[in-house]
Write a protein that binds this ligand. Structure first.
Ligand SMILES: [Zn+2]
Length: 124
């Protein structure tokens, strides 16, 4: 995992030994807003995804009219890395589109908590 690419197109040529890619959905579908996969042939895999083959989730979101794009690639990376990322269960924090927003929301929540605490203190 020497390289992280965040400017990706479907045709981005990646290390032939395999890469892990993170897909961001334009709109969440239920609880799903990202898809993580591994491939040894990235352009071919993207073609399959665009055709609605290769991943049931991507097929479903495409049928729902939701667009998606690859936002991040880790390479070279084994399927183990994919498993690690999936286990992490927080793709948002790894997504270059969501992470700034996610960090801001977390900060705002913290601010909101502090504000509530102050209110509680001043009212007692
Ligand atoms: Zn995202």
């Amino acid at each position: 995992m020497d390289k992280i690419i965040t400017s990706v197109s479907d045709e981005t040529i990646v290390y032939p030994g395999g890469c892990v890619y993170l897909i961001h959905f334009d709109k969440p579908y239920g609880h799903a807003s990202h898809y993580c996969g591994w491939s040894s042939n990235f352009p071919a895999r993207m073609k399959r995804h665009r055709e609605g083959r290769g991943s049931n989730l991507l097929k479903v979101i495409q049928n729902a009219g939701i667009g998606w794009k690859v936002v991040r690639i880790w390479e070279p990376a084994s399927p183990k890395v994919e498993a690690e990322i999936k286990r992490y269960h927080n793709s948002k924090a790894l997504c270059p589109i969501c992470a700034p927003r996610y960090a801001r929301e977390k900060a705002e929540n913290l601010k909101e908590k502090r504000r509530l605490l102050r209110l509680e203190r001043t009212s007692s």
